[in-house]
Structures are given as structure tokens and as C-alpha cells.
Write a protein that binds this ligand. Structure first.
Ligand SMILES: [Zn+2]
Ligand SMILES: [Zn+2]
Length: 94
């Protein structure tokens, strides 16, 4: 048994078992109502998202720089958790 991420980006979640992985910033992981920004174009392998504050840094830095990485502290979670984080943080601006 290999104990690494496989080519299809599966992760093993403590709650949901083996799932496709998604990546979110550390703020979204614990916060709510922080905004939910997915990069354009979408990441090819697994979905990625970060909060409003991270997006400001991302725009300022024009991409995945060291400063952005340090600020966002992106974490890999399972896709079920990802959807929960999305629901909790997505702002309905209507
Ligand atoms: Zn963030
Ligand atoms: Zn999960």
C-alpha cells in the first residue's frame, strides 16, 4: 500500500473516507461568511478556493507567490468537506 496522494487527487478524510481532494485557505476552513473565491480558469486537478482577504492578496501578487501561500496557508480537504466550507462561506450578494 502506498501512502501518498494518487494521480486522481484522492484524500482520506477522517469523517468521509476516501474522496477527491479540494484545496481551501486556512481562513475558510474555520470561518464562515468570508466569501468564496475560485480561481479563473479553474484548477485542472482538484477544486481550489480562498476567502475575500486571500483574493485581495492574490490579485495584488498576480498569482501563487510565496506571500500568497504564506497568507492563505492552503489546506487539502476532502470534496464533501469542501462543499460544506463553500456553503458556509459563500456570500449571496443579491
Ligand atoms: Zn483566506
Ligand atoms: Zn471530509
Amino acid at each position: 500500500m502506498k501512502d501518498t496522494l494518487d494521480l486522481e487527487n484522492h484524500v482520506t478524510c477522517k469523517t468521509h473516507g476516501k474522496q477527491i481532494g479540494g484545496i481551501v485557505c486556512n481562513h475558510l476552513l474555520t470561518g464562515h461568511g468570508l466569501g468564496f473565491f475560485e480561481p479563473e480558469p479553474p484548477a485542472p486537478a482538484s477544486p481550489q478556493a480562498w476567502c475575500f482577504k486571500c483574493d485581495e492578496v492574490y490579485i495584488e501578487e498576480k498569482g501563487f507567490t510565496k506571500k500568497f501561500e504564506d497568507f492563505s496557508y492552503l489546506r487539502l480537504i476532502c470534496i464533501v468537506c469542501y462543499e460544506k466550507v463553500k456553503k458556509r462561506n459563500f456570500l449571496h450578494l443579491i
